[in-house]
Design a binder for this molecule. Structure first.
Ligand code: ADP
Length: 752
């Protein structure tokens, strides 16, 4: 074997496949090439490592082109018995050394990552044995004294400690919500009950979040088995009451690992039999199975995988041979490194707790937001409000939507209404935003009035872009008094925040305004202060990405460059994140601006790429990236200058971005915000001088900001927050879409 003392990185996908694995491999390969480090793919997981030969192959920039949007894993995955044996791992070590690989990015679940750690621990001994057997030289062994390991958590179950989300979970939730939304409509037509089994042997995440996102009527998860002897009666009662009060469909979601408190499985079939026997209901079972693993990855999974893949290579290159093996995950939109085996142990801790019947511990280990989601769901699943606790003060709280409709607004209203009524309060719905408040279009919302709102896009309450001025304040004050409104929830975008701030500023003139107002961020533009994400943006991003995937596919054979204009006003979030998710060569944002020099550089890059064999180019442009160099100008310029080598087509995606049913994330986040907003309003409404605020998501946690800080935190002219956390991601988007000079000889042929 020739002695190569160069160091190479190996990347493999192992265990159960999950959507997003391709994006992670692409990111690992391209980041490494950009840093002038060679990288090999190890095909079919550990099986390929044990077999060697052409299962380990050097990757080029183009070998990971065109895979970002694909589900599964293009480099294959397997479960490998041989790797569980020392003999198998000895072969694997020899095969890695043949390719000078001494750093591994292992993309998989806890099993795969355990395997990687076992291998790392044995590495020096394995090398010694290989030297003794004459399979490798001492020099080779000395070149690669240690094996560096970075694990990326990939599992659709979201069962790994060390990351808020694992690669593939968000996509699986997309598949689950699409399926259950579809099932609900057929169930409603025949007034049927469906029992839907979702994946999750030891983890109820998919079942719980799937139920929250689809407005399901009952759920079973492994971490929290139902109460002995009474759950059958309780479930039947809720479903029966729901039917009697007009619910046409009933959906029960069961995680595949659901059990009762004695550890006996609760299967979909057993629930069906129970419901048929006790309620005489026409009940059907749907086991979603592998559909949940399949299909194109969601935007979140593509971008999460891309960011983690990039961070994995950076960690390896910055580290020493003795660097601790880490798991790289994402917590609150920030990359975090955690000791690998600590994460694996904490992960198996939940399974152990469930096996031992320590359910409180299992719920505790899942973390606060899981527990909170479960409690919220317990209320939302009721067919009718429960009797409030004695002595509970009953308040009158109002809710409105403001600004453009954002997918998830209805979900938030539904959750606010039901959680509020369940606590004994009266909830008033204001039609058409602040215009309705001025005109007195206010009505009481009851439990059933929001039926079906969990899953629908648009705004059932109606919304408007009205910002109250001068004489409007008097009318508003009158209606606040007339309807005895004691707190107001504004679910909306910039207009809503400005309007709420206007009311708050008039407090000295109108005593009626001495009520708490809370703004909840709901805008596809994601341009609101205090929140890293606003409701609706995730849906819009998925709409854009689906459309761009199709546009790109339409042109593979025709040397075409697409200039796609996306919404966002002056905020480039949609442009950047969709660019990252679709592998756009250029993304133009207002935040960065555009100069003629930029355009010339980008044009030369495109011409070069097409001359070398690129077939599709993609440029994503925010609608207000530049007043002169807009998408018309850019299309015309590129068409004129590139006409010898490529054609240009412009696509303005328009309102399709705003439409459609909310994504699972938007539904879940809307529900969480609604629960927190209600808590805030109840607390503040009971104070003599209540405060007003806007709510947001920061580093994965919900935060409240004083409404007085609104002007201080925003760039008013451009209607966006002063601080935009995602701008740093622009660099990575650029690195992965455009090979640096010398990064790869055939670079840029496939582009994406
Ligand atoms: P996942 O990574 O999705 O949890 P598995 O548990 O099936 O999937 O693990 C995938 C592969 O990782 C196994 O087939 C095996 O090759 C390897 N592996 C898992 N656990 C170990 C271990 N303790 N020692 C060595 N290899 C392991």
């Amino acid at each position: 074997m020739a002695v190569l003392c160069t160091k190479r990185i190996g990347v493999l996908t192992s265990g159960g496949d999950s959507p997003g694995m391709n994006a992670a491999v692409r990111s690992v390969v391209r980041t490494a090439l950009e840093r002038k480090v060679e990288v090999c793919a190890i095909y079919e997981g550990y099986q390929g490592m044990v077999e060697g030969g052409d299962r380990i192959s050097l990757m080029s920039w183009d070998s990971v082109g065109g895979i970002l949007h694909k589900g599964g894993t293009e480099i294959g995955s397997a479960r490998c018995k041989a790797f569980r044996t020392r003999e198998g791992r000895l072969k694997a070590a020899r095969n890695l050394l043949e390719h000078s690989i001494d750093a591994l990015v292992a993309i998989g679940g806890d099993g795969s990552l355990t395997g990687a750690d076992v291998f790392r621990a044995e590495w020096p001994e394995l090398l010694k044995e290989l030297v003794q057997a004459g399979e490798i030289s001492q020099e080779q062994a000395d070149c690669h004294p240690a094996l560096a390991i970075v694990g990326l958590p990939a599992s659709i179950d979201n069962d790994m400690y060390g990351s808020d989300m694992t690669l593939g979970t968000d996509t699986a939730l997309h598949r689950i919500t699409e399926a259950i939304d579809a099932i609900s409509s057929t169930a409603a037509s025949h007034q049927r009950t469906f029992v839907v089994e979702v994946m999750g042997r030891n983890c109820g995440y998919l079942a719980l979040m799937g139920a929250l996102a689809t407005g399901a009527d009952w759920v079973f998860i492994p971490e929290c088995p139902p109460v002995d002897n009474s759950w059958e009666e309780q479930m039947c009662q809720v479903l029966k009451t729901g039917r009697e009060s007009g619910r046409r469909d009933s959906i029960v979601i069961v995680a595949e690992g659901a059990k009762d408190r004695q550890g006996n499985p609760i299967s979909a079939q057993s629930i069906k039999e129970l419901l048929e026997n006790r309620l005489d209901e026409d009940t059907r079972v749907t086991i979603l199975g592998h559909v949940q693993r399949g299909g194109a990855p969601s935007v979140f999974d593509r971008n999460l995988s891309t960011m983690l893949g990039h961070a994995a290579v950076e960690y390896i290159l910055e580290g020493t041979p003795e660097s601790e093996p880490v798991l790289i995950g994402m917590r609150g939109n920030r990359i975090v490194h955690s000791p690998l085996m600590h994460c694996v142990e904490r992960t198996s801790g939940v399974a152990d707790a469930i096996a031992k019947g320590e359910y409180d511990k299992a719920m505790e280990l899942r973390g606060n937001s899981f527990k909170e989601a479960y409690h919220t769901l317990e209320t939302l699943m009721q067919a009718q409000p429960r009797t409030p606790e004695p002595g509970q003060k009953s308040l009158r709280l109002a809710v409105l939507n403001a600004g453009s409709a954002a997918p998830g607004m209805n979900t938030a209203v539904r959750a606010f209404v039901r959680l509020g009524i369940d606590k004994g309060h009266t909830i008033l719905g204001i039609e058409h935003g602040f215009r309705g408040l001025i005109e007195g279009k206010i009505k009481q919302l009851d439990w059933l009035s929001v039926r079906g709102w969990a899953t629908t896009g648009g705004s059932e309450l109606g919304t408007s872009r009205k910002i109250p001025k001068a004489k409007d304040f008097y009318a508003i004050a009158r209606h606040i008094e007339e309807y005895s409104i004691q707190g107001l929830l504004v679910i909306g975008g910039w207009v809503g925040y400005e309007a709420a701030y206007e009311l708050y500023s008039q407090l000295d003139n109108y005593p009626a305004f001495n009520i708490p107002i809370l703004c909840m961020p709901a805008s596809i533009d994601n341009n609101l202060p205090g929140s890293e994400l606003s409701i609706g943006a995730d849906t819009a991003l998925n709409n854009i990405t689906e459309a761009v995937d199709k546009i790109k596919q339409s042109a593979v054979a025709s040397n075409r460059c697409f200039v796609v204009e996306v919404m966002g006003r002056y905020c480039g979030y949609l442009a950047l994140m969709s660019g990252l998710a679709t592998g756009a060569e250029q993304v133009y944002l207002n935040e960065e601006g555009i100069t003629l020099t930029h355009l010339q550089r980008d044009l030369s890059y495109l011409i070069e790429g097409f001359k070398r064999g690129k077939r599709v180019g993609l440029v994503i442009c925010n609608e207000n990236a530049n007043p002169v160099y807009n998408s018309d100008f850019i299309s015309a310029l590129f068409a004129e200058e590139g006409q010898q080598v490529f054609q240009v087509r412009k696509a303005i995606l328009g309102h399709l971005q705003q439409g459609g049913d909310p994504s699972p994330f938007d539904r879940i986040q809307a529900t969480r915000f609604a629960a927190k907003s209600l808590e805030f309003l109840i607390e503040e409404a009971q104070k003599d001088s209540p405060t007003s605020a806007f709510i947001g998501l920061q580093a994965g946690q919900t935060h409240l900001f004083d409404l007085r800080d609104f002007p201080r935190m925003v760039d008013k002219d451009r209607q966006r927050p002063k601080h935009q956390w995602w701008l740093d991601w622009q660099l990575i988007s650029r690195i992965l879409s455009q090979p640096a000079a010398g990064a790869c000889p055939t670079a840029g042929v496939c582009g994406s």
